[in-house]
Design a protein around this ligand. Structure first.
Ligand SMILES: Cc1ncc(COP(=O)(O)O)c(C=O)c1O
Length: 374
């Protein structure tokens, strides 16, 4: 009999109160007063006994429109996390044999959904400066079968983002080639400035958003998409949640969006300070480096190639010894995942200090296994 493989998520969830959760780009900094009273209100009113409005709570839909600068009649589709929006749009827009241009590193479920719909993924390698898609390389990759270009901004797992001019160039490219632009803006609230591609290519762009990361609501599973009315109705045919998404999640999101201006600046500030602290720590570890700094998001990779240590080994070491959960790169990068771990840092400073103690010590132990055995 062989031992069952170690499952880091099962291990961490079983001890979740003790874990510094730096593995999923989640946000632990939004004050609980922002969302918990709203969730409790939905529960007290026993909203869970009936279906919510199928298209979503009207005030929530208006708040989302306001947040994205949309007009009152612009379509907004609510889904169970951005993930469901990604599934719907790829299912709706791909025909077998189509191509999608994306990146490696990138966000893997987007690729998996394309494959499920019979499309082929061209993941352009971007683990080298400038650590984001290059317009000329994307142009070269476009062919007669290209149907969707994926523009995640800021990018998971790299933390790099696009300037307004770059967003405009990609939007123009999509427009000129009559291809769709999947603008995944899950992390758009972390940088000081962000540009939505729909501004330049409203007919071509599908904007996928989420309250998982900006509002600290990953467990509530709420997100959505927006697109031109025609495109939204094509995609909307594939909505499996026609009875509406989780009502407690909607109440939480409504409260978070109503008050975003009051708490987001502090979340950003702490996230940025944490990144600086992590940089200090990484600088003390020979062979480790930060390819992307500053991050435009709440995560970045730490390159370990110069340490000779496997990312999976350090993930396990830090989790088991210190309860600090970082993520090995293989999850987000078939090509480069053997080189890096991804750490996210919208966390209280106490988590970052646990990381600061754990990471250098784990590297030292793994670098010298014989010394440990002695
Ligand atoms: C780029 C990107 N898109 C979409 C998602 C999906 O998020 P959710 O389904 O929680 O909204 C994630 C989650 O990590 C992500 O990183």
């Amino acid at each position: 009999m062989t031992d069952a493989p170690f499952e880091p998520f099962a291990y961490a969830h079983a001890r979740f109160g003790e874990i510094a959760w730096m593995c999923q780009n989640t946000n632990h900094l939004v004050p609980r007063e922002v969302v918990e009273p709203a969730m409790l209100e939905a529960i007290r009113e026993r909203r869970y006994t009936m279906y919510p409005q199928g298209k979503g709570d009207p005030e929530l839909l208006d708040l989302v429109r306001k947040d994205f600068g949309l007009a009152p009649a612009d379509p907004v589709i609510l889904t169970a996390g951005g993930t469901e929006a990604l599934y719907m749009l790829e299912r709706a827009l791909f025909r077998p044999g189509d191509e999608m241009i994306s990146s490696d590193p990138g966000y893997p479920i987007i690729h998996r959904f394309a494959e499920l719909a019979g499309a082929n993924v061209r993941a352009l390698p971007i683990y080298a400066p400038p650590y984001r898609l290059d317009l000329e390389k994307v142009k070269e990759a476009i062919g007669p079968k290209t149907r969707i270009l994926v523009l995640i901004d800021p990018l998971n797992p790299l933390g790099s983002g696009y300037s307004r001019e770059e967003v405009r160039s990609f939007a123009d490219l999509a427009h000129d080639h009559r291809i769709y632009l999947l603008n995944d803006v899950t992390y758009r609230d972390f940088p000081e400035r962000h540009t939505l591609a729909r501004e330049f290519a409203p007919e071509q762009t599908i904007t996928v958003w989420s309250v998982s990361k900006n509002c600290g609501l990953a467990g509530m599973r709420l997100g959505g998409l927006m697109a031109s009315p025609d495109l939204a109705s094509t995609i909307g045919r594939f909505h499996t949640n026609d009875l509406g998404v989780d009502v407690v999640a909607q109440w939480a999101a409504r409260s978070a969006l109503r008050t975003k201006a009051t708490w987001l600046p502090a979340v950003r500030r702490q996230t940025r300070e944490n990144a600086v602290r992590i940089r200090e720590v990484v600088a003390t570890v020979e062979g480790a480096s930060l390819p992307v700094f500053p991050s435009q998001a709440n995560m970045f990779p730490i390159d370990l190639a110069g340490t000779g240590i496997r990312p999976e080994a350090i993930q396990e070491e830090m989790l088991l010894r210190d309860g600090v959960f970082v993520r090995s790169g293989g999850y987000v990068s078939p090509l480069f995942g053997h080189r890096f771990i991804r750490v996210s840092f919208s966390n209280p400073p106490s988590d970052i200090e646990r990381f600061a103690r754990s990471f250098p010590a784990a590297v030292a132990r793994l670098r010298a296994p014989t010394a440990r055995a002695a």
